[in-house]
Design a binder for this molecule. Structure first.
Ligand code: BES
Ligand code: ZN
Ligand code: ZN
Length: 488
């Protein structure tokens, strides 16, 4: 729980003071005069035990109260990312000290929106850890402690919105982090139904095996063929405006597990493949946010859900399958399954609903991890102004994207001798671009479309230090798309 108050009270079990290097050098602690901390801080600053470097931590005990000093680094280099990281540090430290209530205080009384929203996200996103199946090391269950955070800032609606948005991020993370055998297509369907419950602006359209067959979404069906779970195409129509047109369709890849199919993934590549529904998870997190923020837009949220399993029923390399768009596809590699499921979903959405723009999110290619690593999602688009809108939203939210090109000379790279297309490229390299190029073939060239490859950004693997994220899912795309649809 997070509360706001305009002046510090120093009445919580732990008070955290965030200080820059400049503030420590200047020894200007007038802000803390009335809490009898001014002289203590001034004396302390001379001892040079704490200089205010980024994420530096110093416990300054004051009677029975815990006072933690956390560094923010140099003023000129201070970013909202650094604030999130420093707050994460404070949350973890006060947690380890068993404090049930924590007050977060910016030195110099910094209270601008960017700072306060970064503090909220530092608590909510930085403080998130996936511990559902882990017993706490010591006997008293830290995770069970109900935590109260007080941020020193005057309360605003925008701050409560930021809390809701972070909840959407963490919903997406829970869905990705939990077991693939729990988070199946029917579980995802149930989750969507819970999120949209009793919302009058929602209509649901759910395609199961029968409907997918009747409508000819054969690429989607083929990918799911080896699975014991049913495929689902879940369309959530959100009518927030009286206009007829759909302002944006947001489509997520929802592979509840990707074994690679008969082109089976190997050790080192298969372990985290429950994350392959992170696109769909981001769609659901964003949907929850759009409902919470009551956005006055018409939006279409789509989860394309399947499981890429192995077994005698699994689809085979060499098969040629014609999907919803009427194009035949040679299956060269069963591990390039996300593009097949998305091809049908994108074509279905584009043809039937003609949204003003389409954005898809997908853990599509390992190549994206090679190209961009883990901190940025890949962005590819057929429309420069749509790309710009997404880049702006990324800058605002710290949910980062980096654009890669799509260009006319790619024509022919997915040609097949026996089908209209092949699901792999006939050139070496640039796997993220060729994956996006394949998707592009299933959308009208007049529909502005952007593809976000979140293969690296969606999940934080062991040993990889990712800014203010703990091990596991990051909720990549939720803050980005929430801001994007809000700004339309
Ligand atoms: N789900 C994977 C991509 C992936 C890799 C996501 C690493 C997250 C982390 C996708 O379905 C896949 O396997 N893509 C293949 C495509 C190739 C066969 C053309 C890949 O990237 O190797
Ligand atoms: Zn795959
Ligand atoms: Zn996949």
């Amino acid at each position: 729980m997070i509360q706001f108050r305009s002046r510090p009270g120093f009445d919580a079990e732990a008070s955290v003071i965030f200080l820059t290097e400049e503030l420590m050098k200047a020894k200007n602690f007038k802000d803390f005069h009335w809490a009898s901390l001014e002289s203590e801080l001034t004396a302390f600053s001379s001892s040079k035990q704490f200089s205010g470097k980024g994420c530096e931590l110093f416990p300054l005990s004051s009677g029975r109260q815990i006072i933690l000093l956390v560094g923010l680094g140099k003023e000129a280099e201070l970013t909202s990312t650094a604030i999130r990281s420093a707050v994460r540090k404070a949350v973890i430290s006060s947690y380890l000290r068993h404090a049930k209530s924590v007050e977060l205080i910016m030195g110099q009384g910094r209270q601008d929106d960017e700072t306060v929203i970064a503090m909220i996200e530092g608590v909510m996103i930085g403080g998130y850890a996936w511990k559902k199946y882990k017993k706490p090391a010591n006997s008293d269950n830290l995770a069970a402690l109900e935590k109260h955070y007080t941020i020193v800032a005057s309360e605003k609606k925008a701050y409560h919105d930021a809390i809701r948005i972070s909840e959407g991020v963490n919903l997406a993370r829970d869905l990705v982090n939990d077991n693939a055998d729990l988070v199946t297509s029917t579980y995802i369907e149930k989750t969507v139904k819970t999120v949209v419950k009793e919302q009058p602006e929602i209509t649901l359209e759910i395609l199961g095996p029968k409907e997918l067959k009747a409508q000819g979404l054969n690429l989607h069906l083929a990918v799911n063929q080896g699975s014991a779970n049913e495929p689902r195409l879940i369309l959530i129509h959100y009518h927030g405006s009286k206009n007829k047109t759909i302002d944006a369709a947001i489509v997520g890849k929802g592979l509840t597990f990707d074994t690679g199919g008969l082109n089976l993934k190997t050790t080192g590549h298969i372990e985290t493949m429950r994350t392959d529904m992170a696109g769909a998870a981001a769609v659901i997190g964003t949907l929850q946010n759009v409902i919470a923020l009551k956005l006055k837009k018409n939006l279409l949220f789509v989860c394309a859900v399947a499981e890429n399993a192995i077994g005698s029923k699994a689809y085979k390399p060499g098969d040629v399958i014609t999907g919803y768009a009427g194009k035949s596809v040679e299956i060269d590699n069963t591990d390039a399954e996300g593009r097949l499921v998305l091809a049908d979903a994108l074509a279905y959405v584009d043809k039937n609903y003609k949204p003003k723009r389409i954005v898809d999110l997908a853990t599509l290619t390992g190549a994206c991890v090679v190209a961009l690593g883990y901190d940025y999602s890949g962005l590819l688009s057929n429309d420069p102004s749509l790309a710009k809108q997404l880049i702006d939203a990324a800058q605002k939210t710290d949910d980062r994207v980096w654009q890669l090109p799509l260009y006319p000379e790619l024509k022919g790279i997915m040609d097949s001798p026996i089908a209209d297309l092949r699901n792999t490229s006939n050139r070496k390299g640039a796997g993220t671009i060729t994956g996006a190029y394949f998707l592009q073939q299933f959308i009208d060239e007049k529909t502005p479309w952007a593809h976000l490859d979140i293969a690296g950004s969606a999940f934080c693997e062991k040993g990889i230090n990712r800014m203010y994220f703990d091990y596991g899912a990051t909720g990549a795309g939720v803050r980005l798309i929430t801001e994007f649809v809000r700004s339309l």
